[in-house]
Design a protein around this ligand. Sequence first.
Ligand SMILES: *Cc1c(COP(=O)(O)O)cnc(C)c1O
Length: 355
Amino acid sequence: MKTSLAIPVHKTASSRLAQTDFSNLVFGKTISDHMFVADYKNGEWTDLRIEPYAPLQLNPSNAALHYGQSIFEGMKAYKNEEGEILIFRADANWKRMNESAERMCMPSLPEEVFMEGMLQLLDLDRDWVPTAKGASLYIRPFMFATDDYIGVKPSDTYKFIIFTCPVGNYYSKPVSVKVETKFTRATEGGTGAAKTAGNYAASLYPALQAQKAGYDQLLWTDGKSHSNIEESGTMNVMFKINGTLITAPLHTGTILKGITRNSVVQLANDWNQPIEERFLSVSELKEALENGTLEEAFGTGTAATIAHIAKIHIDGKDYVLPEKPADAFSHKVLAALDGIKYGSQKDPHNWIIKL
Ligand SMILES: *Cc1c(COP(=O)(O)O)cnc(C)c1O
């Protein structure tokens, strides 16, 4: 992809690349040398620039710190055998970021600010994209309010930043989950569909209770009746029952519109794998676990792509899922997505942006 926007670059005088141990990467702890920054004031995005990754200066009265006008995105870039950088569906992340922005009364970002900022940053830091099998560069765009004002109102000024983190082979162990029927992640009319900071702050306490009880994550249910499965902490979830995949629909506005979810739905349709976007009730899930018709359960999200669920806790009872056969849908879809992301397979839906 050709880039055209002129973005001034201030390069770091002391790259951290040489002292970075790429064989021991902890997700989200290692940050690449540079960041892309843009400021919003007087109704427009200005002062686009790339500079060394460094602390920000904020006033204690910064509005985002008090009232949470803050949104983020997350996607990944991969290196193919030729050393080219392949970015997976970043255009979808740009669109979703603007949907989050609208819900949180924040300004939308023009496509070229998001895309060109990202591409030019990745081009400069291309040596930070790992080459080890299964490794990738996690890209974190985010936007937050910068008004120095502690009244509750939408800020007039904002900052948009993109930084990146090399991440290792994210082999996710099968996870155990607890169906949550007391606490609520999202409710109709709320902010569940927005990738906004407060949603994650509010989920920490219930998730910690589940972890103390020995589970990795929660399976959230709807906020009204707690009878339908919605999604997990940072993943959408899918169940294969009697040969049919089932995943929660998006129309209630309580589910984060995962790009991995959307990609899995698309591939299932390509392969004529029956898939239903509808709510699965907790009792239906329980029944399928009890009568052996639940074949697979997995989370979908950028970090792990596919996370197998091995144990589900419902109403005081643990259900252990059967071992999955080698030809399980979740194995097949993970292999297909990896093939597209690393450029070893055709990309029939034009999901890859090449740099
Ligand atoms: C980011 C996120 C997802 C997964 O979205 P992807 O685009 O697939 O990474 C699912 N649920 C929640 C709550 C999320 O924050």
